[in-house]
Design a protein around this ligand. Structure first.
Ligand SMILES: Nc1ncnc2c1ncn2[C@@H]1O[C@H](COP(=O)(O)OP(=O)(O)OP(=O)(O)O)[C@@H](O)[C@H]1O
Length: 351
């Protein structure tokens, strides 16, 4: 186990922001911390980096204490942790080579990287790793946003940290570039076997990039799990809502299925008694049948697919479904809604 956080409590003055976080980060693992604005994501990163003094709990790396509340506070530059801030934070007046070297001159330096020739070789190695072998002599301003992020990663990785912390590193990039650069960054971190924590409030970024996702709600870990588990088997209704569009429908469980106003639906876990099922838009299929129980309210064309909002005629329940753009659903059309895959079950009420 690489980095272990136990019982971490962090505050600003008398306001507690993190209320007892337990987390572990395995060797080479990529963890995404996903949560709404103000839930404490940056505070968690700053605590791990040693930039924020914790009030209770402990942070260790490879068995070494980095922070123990009230007793030990290893300074940031001695933690063996690399930081990749939002928008890269490259020094504009230094060449790319000098930017990467900067991390090798300050802070924790591995003995094998302490000589001048070794440092120079390491910079070349890092430029090669991030796919920009000839960029050493240029100024950061001559590079695109995506290239600057690669250099920021090269700088963070140069001292061979055991962990790299990334705070919304792709926020300033446009949508298309974001998707490709985050996969590049993931591959680079995996290639160098470096563990990492990515802070984001972008669901797709967290679910599509990390090995495990930490859903942080109100300064507490609501769930720590693989992206698929977090999405398909959320621990609580609040997690379900945060990681995707979620609709809850009253149901009565009968073992492997539940009875609902949409009919009998298979459940992923054993369902008994009163509860609710979680429906995601992509699980719903809309069919144009005159005896259906739903009415189309709106149809939004988004290019590859259409988003159809629906209302149950008797109960007023509203759902959103994803439909093929070749199927047209005009407002007012009477339709049936069926569920294509097993659904997640919550015992009791989801509210
Ligand atoms: N220096 C500070 N002094 C006082 N309160 C702070 C300070 N920094 C953050 N906070 C408060 O602590 C809480 C958590 O902040 P934090 O920046 O960790 O959240 P976040 O999840 O990273 O938010 P965002 O996604 O908006 O960056 C917020 O309520 C914020 O207002």
């Amino acid at each position: 186990m690489n980095t272990v956080i136990s019982g971490l409590v962090a505050s600003y003055g008398s306001t507690t922001v993190l209320h007892g976080i337990d987390l572990d980060l395995g060797d080479g693992e990529m963890l995404a911390v996903l949560g709404p604005s103000g839930c404490g994501k940056t505070t968690l990163l700053r605590s791990i980096a040693g930039l924020h003094r914790i009030d209770a709990g402990r942070i260790t790396s490879d068995g070494r204490d980095l922070s123990v509340a009230g007793r030990i506070q290893v300074p940031p530059e001695k933690r063996g942790i690399g930081l990749m801030p939002q928008e890269g934070g490259l020094f504009p007046h230094l060449t790319v080579r000098r930017n990467i070297e900067f991390g090798l001159r300050t802070g924790f330096v591995r003995p094998y990287l302490s000589g001048r020739a070794e440092r120079s070789r390491r910079v070349d190695e890092m430029l090669e790793l991030v796919g920009l072998p000839d960029a050493g002599a240029v100024q950061p301003s001559e590079l695109s946003g995506g290239q600057q992020q690669r250099i920021a990663l090269a700088r963070a990785l140069a001292p061979a940290p055991s962990v790299v912390l990334m705070d919304e590193p792709f926020a300033a990039l446009d949508a298309g570039l974001r998707t490709s650069i985050r996969q590049d960054v993931r591959e680079l971190l995996k290639a160098s076997k470096t563990a990492s924590i990515l802070v984001t409030h972008d669901r797709a970024e967290a679910l599509g990039t990390a090995d495990r996702v930490v859903v942080l709600l109100g300064g507490r870990c609501a769930q720590v799990d693989t992206p698929r588990q977090v999405y398909e088997r959320p621990a609580t209704p609040a997690v379900a809502r945060f990681v995707g569009d979620a609709y809850f429908v009253d149901a009565v469980g009968h073992g492997g299925y539940a009875e609902t106003i949409l009919g009998r639906i298979e459940t992923t876990t054993r369902a008994t008694g009163d509860g609710q099922v979680l429906l995601r838009p992509e699980q719903l299929v809309v069919s144009d049948l005159e005896d259906g129980a739903f009415v189309v309210e709106h149809e939004f064309f988004t290019g590859p697919e259409s988003s159809v909002t629906l209302r149950h005629s008797d109960t007023g329940l509203r759902l959103r479904a994803i439909a093929r753009t070749s199927d047209r659903f005009a407002p007012g059309t009477v339709v049936t809604v069926s569920v294509t895959s097993p659904v997640h079950w919550f015992a009791g009420s989801a509210d």
